[in-house]
Ligand binder design. Sequence first.
Ligand code: CMP
Length: 153
Amino acid sequence: MERTFVMFKPDCLERGLLGRILSRFEEKGLRLVAMKMLRVTPDLAKQHYAEHVTKPFYPDLEQFITASPVVATVFSGPEVIRVVREMLGATSGLKAASGTIRGDYSASRQMNLVHASDSPESAAREMAIYFKPAEILQWTPSLAGWLQAPSEV
Ligand code: CMP
């Protein structure tokens, strides 16, 4: 089972879309294994978005990501890193396909509602920034056997 870091950004909480978007991951059958609400500080933003710190849009990104609380989560499932990225759609809500989360709810490149890891290396790095190992739970929902065949997990 693969794990991915998924963060519901300030625009998601400000717009009251947390429940609706979380439901899409639950309905897909992805397993929620960690969750916390927090406010991203400027230092945390620089750590999380280290690869973007030198980019021209970074000051706006930091202002945005620190403006209101976020909800940090970890989901697990087969191929979950790719599956979540495909559910989100392209980075910009203006380009994301209809039917994806950003395509349906975002009309912005910056305010794109949800962040998700783009590789196993990013997932490991981002999970470690936001969660202690003991905060990421191991559990098997009762319905797990109706979501995947034993040979798929
Ligand atoms: P995310 O997937 O969290 O990764 C980096 C974030 O920076 C991205 O989503 C957007 O919120 C933001 N971002 C990426 N590109 C741009 C851009 N060109 N202008 C403004 N914000 C951007």
